[in-house]
Design a protein around this ligand. Structure first.
Ligand SMILES: *Cc1c(COP(=O)(O)O)cnc(C)c1O
Length: 430
């Protein structure tokens, strides 16, 4: 029994928190404080020595509480719990997914470096790469989900910049098409170009799948990043981000966070702790609902194509990556409705239960139109190449009753004009 290990979902209510340190309170209070009182000047000195890396921590020593930009109990408990899902050494929580992403990019890239990234990335990440990193002399080279290992290696060789490659940054499954990128292949490319002096880092934005069913660190990634606004928060009531990895990379990420000052607040961390208690039950229900919704859409005559990981064709390249990298198809679906933007808008405007909003991973189902909303900034050529059409709708499936969701989708599809006409014409012809 000594070696028995509880599963993360069993530890989400207690891990990293001692009630006896907080008046027996079963839940961590919100530590709404900016600073912490030292027991003695010697203790204050010892804490600062560790915080500033002047000496290494003793084996059993933990960094004492100093000041809430450096550490705070709500932040620390949350980070300890997030580590369990990804089996990471350490975690840093940020005030947004974008601050998590930009901090990682700033820490591991310097002027003159090249960043290889999967295209297209999340709009905010893409903007940061195209409009900020270029300003400080970091060049981005994109690749897409169809590219093989050889294609990627060749594009780096052809650029003549193989000695400047410093990082590979990927998003998989890709938003909104669910295209998959092979993390192990990215690790191999990073190792291929790494030298003794220059170890190329692999970063994975795992927001679209969430922390339950894919663990990029186990596939060779150095860091995994989340917008905690999505599945981890899960209630559309906060903005936050998280970065996880081994002790060495996380010390660097946390140090830069201390000086950028973009850690999450005690209140946001407290909300996220509450969210984590139900992370697994929420995500499982969302996935079960998504399977049913995807099957319904796939069989509907008004739908041309459904992008859902549960519908991948066995034996295809994507399926082979899926089987290795994921334990579940998740709860994100996109589909092409017959027609174009007009039909997609008619459908979205008729939804009653499902809300018309961007964001994803929350308890309520959300639908949006990627081409004119989340992906409006993506080059039309790139959109076309990745199969992001004007007739595409994206749905993030929530925890509602699956039959209710299907009912809502069905009634909205019925009111799309073209199908009414098409169906009437078919009926007349018969
Ligand atoms: C939402 C999102 C982000 C940005 O996170 P914020 O919390 O909004 O800053 C980054 N990557 C992906 C894949 C996202 O969906």
């Amino acid at each position: 029994m000594k070696n028995y290990k509880f599963q993360p979902e069993s530890l989400m209510m207690s891990h990293g928190y001692k009630p006896e340190l907080s008046e027996g309170s079963i839940k961590p209070p919100i530590f709404q404080t900016s600073t912490f009182v030292f027991k003695s000047a010697e203790e204050g000195k010892a804490f600062f020595e560790v915080a500033y890396g002047i000496r290494a921590k003793e084996q059993t020593e933990e960094l004492g509480l100093i000041y809430s930009r450096i550490n705070n109990p709500n932040l620390e408990i949350l980070e300890d719990r997030l580590c369990l899902w990804d089996q990471a050494d350490d975690c840093a929580v940020f005030e947004s997914g974008m601050s998590a992403i930009s901090t990682v990019l700033l820490e591991f890239l310097k002027p003159g470096d090249v960043l290889l990234y999967s295209s297209p990335t999340y709009g905010g990440t893409d903007h940061f790469i195209q409009h900020f990193l270029t300003k400080i002399g970091v060049e981005g080279i994109g690749f897409n989900a169809e590219d093989t290992k050889e294609d990627i290696i060749n594009s780096i060789l052809k650029s003549g910049k193989k000695d400047q490659l410093a990082m590979i940054y990927i998003e998989t499954p890709a938003n909104p098409t669910n295209a998959l990128i092979d993390i192990e292949v990215c690790r191999e490319v990073a190792d291929y170009f790494s030298t003794e002096e220059r170890e190329i880092k692999v970063a994975v934005d795992n927001t679209y799948m969430g922390p339950l069913w894919s663990h990029p660190l186990q596939h060779g990634a150095d860091v995994v990043i989340y917008s905690a606004t999505k599945y981890i928060g899960g209630h559309s009531d906060l903005i936050a981000g998280a970065v996880l990895g081994n002790a060495e990379v996380m010390t660097r990420v946390k140090t830069l966070r201390t000086f950028l000052g973009n850690m999450a607040s005690p209140h946001t961390c407290w909300l996220l702790l509450r969210s984590l208690e139900t992370l697994k039950v929420r995500m499982e229900q969302q996935m079960r609902n998504a399977r049913e919704v995807a099957q319904f859409l796939n069989a509907h005559p008004a739908i041309e194509k459904v992008n859902y990981l549960g519908l991948l064709e066995e034996g295809s390249r994507a399926y082979n990556i899926y089987i290795r990298q994921y334990e579940s198809p998740g709860a994100m679906i996109s589909f092409d409705i017959k027609g174009g933007e007009k039909e997609a808008f008619q459908f979205l405007n008729q939804l009653k239960l499902i809300k018309l909003a961007v964001s994803l991973g929350s308890t309520e189902s959300l639908a949006q139109h990627p081409a004119s909303m989340t992906h409006i900034g993506v080059d039309p050529e790139v959109r076309k190449a990745m199969g992001l059409t004007d007739k595409m709708v994206r749905i993030s499936v929530g925890v509602e009753n699956a039959a209710d969701l299907i009912h809502d989708i069905n009634q909205a599809l019925k009111q799309v004009k073209t199908f009414e006409r098409a169906e009437a014409m078919t009926a007349n012809a018969i």
